[in-house]
Design a protein around this ligand. Structure first.
Ligand SMILES: Cc1cc2nc3c(=O)[nH]c(=O)nc-3n(C[C@H](O)[C@H](O)[C@H](O)COP(=O)(O)O)c2cc1C
Length: 472
């Protein structure tokens, strides 16, 4: 068995000393996007976060999210999981280890879904559990284990946290310099001070995450914090050539991406659409008809055609005032400042700082006064809808996976688990619209009817395959 490299050796050799890193992004760091980013300077990519429990129990999920995306150009690659059970986490790691260079544990997701599912940043205070998970994975799996964390308010606590993970066996640490509460309108800026403190306190490689929109930010961050690499999420989504220090026309990136999508294993259409929305963000503010078209089309050709139309319009148009570059140049999105300043968890007011947009998966749940576009749409449909997390009804968990269960599910499960059970047991669940039993009974009675009429025909002296006399 090959020797498992550790810490700096692992970073230098297996990860080839990667400095430019594309973040794990649910629905967005899929194979095609990773390949595009690698062609434009990214040296290491992460898969989107995968659910360890689902990965263990569902072969299709493994195929769709990892096994089916294997590609030699897509290395080095780190697979990220969310998990809260050491045994399940290790089982998932064992099933994934042959398809990647390391496994990352997500300890940073601050979304409501992570709170309900008890993972991500909501494990930040459960040091004993985290220690067990990292230790067991480090002992049992053949590739190194890494972690991605958010910082605590207190620098000292952040440092102790990082040291605890290192001691448990973590071989590389990504530090997102925002706290659990820095999300939505309170996102604010990431603290490079916290990242520097962690860098100085551990003996494993550290990646910095947060506040990266241009190559100059990458360089400044590495110089200020002393980290080995810098990870970008939203900056990369708006400009996949960020690590090259270029700001190409959007159509160049969009067309190259669409080409990669068509050359590699099928990519979920909603991911492609979401990428095009982000790339074309500024132009779509102007060409609103094409925005609607982009939301409506139902296949890859349709998306490609909208992108082509956008290019033609840009090539015909002149410069539009109000943006640092023409709108068709890849550039960071600067979130509008909320009307009422919000205090972040450090107690500081978040106002004129450049705001990360509420579209971000990690950010999208905290919004209350500045609603995300999706929430605005929901509100337009239902003006009484309440987005305040405290006042939301508490969800009852699915007995199998912990996701919210269906309101009146006969099995007390979520839709996915219910469908599997209902299929296996040939049962119905009206609340989930599943009719396996009804369909089976219908088929049975049809078969019986068929049998009866065939019997009658045979009784009447007809031979199978021969039409009755009266019909000849
Ligand atoms: C669309 C999107 C999806 C994300 N999904 C994940 C994820 O799966 N796992 C994770 O650890 N962080 C996820 N994040 C958070 C990013 O990895 C990153 O930590 C955060 O956006 C801050 O980096 P940035 O300032 O470069 O955007 C996601 C962010 C975005 C924008």
């Amino acid at each position: 068995m090959a020797v498992k490299l550790q810490g700096f050796e692992f970073w230098k050799t297996t990860l080839r000393g990667a400095r430019y890193v594309v973040a794990p992004m649910v629905d967005q760091s899929e194979l095609a996007w990773r390949l595009l980013s690698r062609r434009h300077g990214a040296e290491l990519c992460y898969t989107p976060m995968l659910h360890a429990q689902v990965f263990v129990r569902d072969a299709n999920y493994r195929k769709d999210n990892l096994y089916g995306e294997v590609c030699p150009e897509d290395r080095p690659l780190i697979t990220q999981f969310c998990a809260n059970d050491p045994e399940v986490f290790v089982q998932a790691c064992l099933l994934a280890q042959d398809y990647c260079d390391a496994i990352d544990l997500n300890l940073g997701c601050p979304q409501m879904i992570a709170k309900r599912g008890h993972y991500g940043v909501f494990l930040q205070d459960e040091w004993e559990l985290l220690e067990k998970m990292v230790k067991l994975a480090n002992e049992k799996i053949s590739v190194p284990i890494t972690c991605k964390i958010r910082v605590f308010n207190k620098m000292e606590e952040t440092v102790q946290y990082a040291q605890m993970l290192e001691k448990a066996g973590c071989q590389l640490l990504t530090v997102h310099g925002r706290t659990k509460d820095q999300k939505g309108p309170a996102t604010g800026i990431a603290s490079w001070g916290h990242i520097t403190a962690v860098r100085n306190a551990v003996n494993i490689p550290v990646f910095a995450n947060g506040n990266i929109q241009h190559l100059s930010d990458v360089e400044q961050c590495m110089e200020e914090t002393g980290v080995q690499g810098v990870m970008s999420a939203e900056g990369n989504l708006h400009n996949p050539a960020l690590f090259e220090g270029l700001s190409p026309p959007v159509w160049e990136m969009a067309e190259e991406y669409l080409e990669v999508v068509s050359q590699y294993p099928p990519c979920t259409l909603s991911y492609v659409r979401a990428h095009l929305f982000k790339l074309w963000h500024h132009t779509l503010q102007i060409h609103k008809d094409l925005r609607e078209e982009l939301a409506k089309v139902k296949n890859l050709q349709g998306l490609t055609e909208v992108s082509r139309q956008l290019r033609l319009r840009c090539q015909e148009a002149g410069q539009v005032v109000g943006l640092p570059f023409p709108h068709w140049i890849c550039q960071p999105y600067v979130r509008p400042v909320p009307k009422d300043p919000v205090a972040n968890s450090n107690g500081t007011e978040v106002k004129a700082v450049r705001h990360k947009r509420a579209l971000s998966l990690e950010d999208s749940d905290g919004a209350s006064d500045a609603l995300s576009k999706n929430k605005q749409k929901k509100k337009a449909r239902n003006p009484h809808k309440n987005f305040c997390p405290e006042q939301k009804p508490k969800y009852i968990k699915c007995e199998q996976c912990g996701n919210p269960k269906g309101n009146q599910c006969v099995f007390n499960l979520c839709r996915g688990c219910c469908k599997k059970k209902a299929y296996k047991e040939v049962a119905d669940c009206p609340s989930h619209g599943l009719k396996f039993k009804t369909k089976a009974e219908k088929q049975k009675s049809e078969r019986e009817e068929e049998g009866k009429s065939r019997g009658l025909q045979e009784e009447g002296g007809f031979l199978p395959g021969l039409a009755p006399l009266g019909l000849m």
